[in-house]
Design a protein around this ligand. Structure first.
Ligand code: F3S
Length: 399
């Protein structure tokens, strides 16, 4: 692999042992994928933050790295295992919380921003089109590639972090324009104007394409919130890291005029496909005892929608809306937090229903409006799940 002088110096240890180790790993990774060089990146997003998923080995890795090198660019974390400001009220253990705080402090000690979210693009970590970044949360990777048009591979948490330390990532895969064309066309003849329908579409198509790049022809514009749900679902049932939506996403035109486009297989998606997927995603008919929204982390307009639905109503079961600390703080300023708390709900910061140890709490059934959450909750938390729209879930748990 061809390295610049600065990269070679980092590799040779001129900038310290930590950067040299990072370069060595990234160069080896690049060689596996035939990367001809490294490419400078402008931001990173690091998964592998929850103590539930990385355990003591992950904590040791972060502490060890903290002794050797700092990150040199904008770098945010994926959701943690607990809301570290409200863990007690939510019912999480002190022991778990302490471990989680140590992990976050470890990242913070090397210059990583300690905000923990899977929607960093909603709170300022928002690259421009064609910018190279190294992100690892699969739903965020899908969003930043597809909706923003920046370029990242589906990094692992460690490779994104190493990239943040040396400001580079191997140049292969989604970083190359010629790899950003479409692989399969989906003509969608179905209603996709709701959270659960668009999620079901993503879940259904993800199973078909796996890590290929779908090109959608939709009959309406889903909007940013639903594109977020679409990408998360595509990346959870499959391993999609980039999709195109005709006339909507920034590189759809590039994919459509590419010489390969006319030869692509076309598939029609019907309402039956969507409806069947929706029913498959619920594992029970029971009422949820906890409704968890915000997978991926909720935007301010999604929180606004819930606040409007809850105005002058009372919840009879628990409701969490998962989001970043920053969006939580905006929702407080806008008065949405007040409405939600008056109804008995909570906005939970910097964690989520999948990476938090919800299985340790007294819940049996979780209601979600995210196909990704519906996919993961039964396995990660060993609980039943109800997959339904925000409106229906709120109706199920209000007096
Ligand atoms: Fe985010 Fe957790 Fe869903 S990390 S995408 S809210 S599973």
């Amino acid at each position: 692999m061809e390295l610049t002088k600065y990269e070679q110096d980092m590799y040779d240890g001129e900038y310290g042992e930590g950067k040299a180790e990072c370069m060595e790993i990234l160069v080896s990774l690049g060689k596996i994928y035939d990367a001809p060089k490294m490419i400078p990146i402008t931001s990173a997003q690091v998964s592998g933050v929850s103590y539930k998923t990385i355990g003591d080995a992950g904590l040791d890795f972060v502490v060890d790295l903290g002794k050797k090198a700092d990150v040199e660019l904008e770098c945010m974390l994926n959701p943690a295992g607990v809301d570290i400001e409200n863990w007690e009220e939510l019912g999480f253990s002190e022991e778990f919380t302490k471990k989680q705080v140590d992990i976050i402090k470890g990242y913070e000690s090397i210059g990583v921003m300690s905000t923990c979210t899977c929607t960093p693009y909603l709170i300022g970590n928002t690259p421009m089109i064609n910018e190279h970044v190294a992100w690892s949360e699969s739903s965020a990777v899908c969003y930043v590639n597809s909706v923003i048009g920046a370029r990242t591979n589906r990094e692992g948490g460690p490779s994104a972090l190493l990239g943040a330390i040396v400001g580079r990532t191997p140049y292969y895969g989604n970083h190359l324009l010629e790899n950003r064309t479409a692989d399969m066309i989906f003509n969608v003849d179905a209603d996709i104007n709701s959270d659960i329908n668009i999620g079901a579409l993503g879940y259904f198509v993800g199973q078909i394409v796996n890590d290929k790049k779908p090109y959608f022809r939709l009959n309406s514009n889903p909007g940013r919130n639903n594109l977020k749900l679409l990408g998360a679902a595509l990346a959870s049932s499959g391993a999609v890291s980039l999709y195109h939506v005709e006339n909507i996403t920034p590189e759809a035109d590039y994919a459509r005029v590419h010489e390969s486009f006319d030869q692509l297989e076309e598939v029609t998606i019907t309402q039956k496909d969507i409806d069947e997927t929706i029913s498959q995603l619920s594992t029970t008919d029971k009422l949820p005892d906890l409704v968890c929204l915000g997978c991926p982390h909720a935007s301010i307009t999604e929180i606004q929608e819930v606040a409007y639905l809850l105005k002058n109503r009372k919840l009879k079961r628990d409701l969490w809306i998962c989001t970043s600390k920053a969006i939580n703080s905006i929702s407080k300023q806008c008065g949405y937090l007040d409405i939600i708390e008056s109804a008995g709900g909570k906005i939970v910061s910097d964690t989520c229903m999948v990476v938090a140890p919800v299985e340790d709490l007294d819940y049996e059934v979780i209601g979600v409006n995210s196909a990704k959450a519906a996919n993961y909750v039964p396995n990660m938390a060993n609980m039943d799940v109800v997959y339904d729209s925000v409106e229906n879930l709120i109706d199920m748990i209000t007096e």
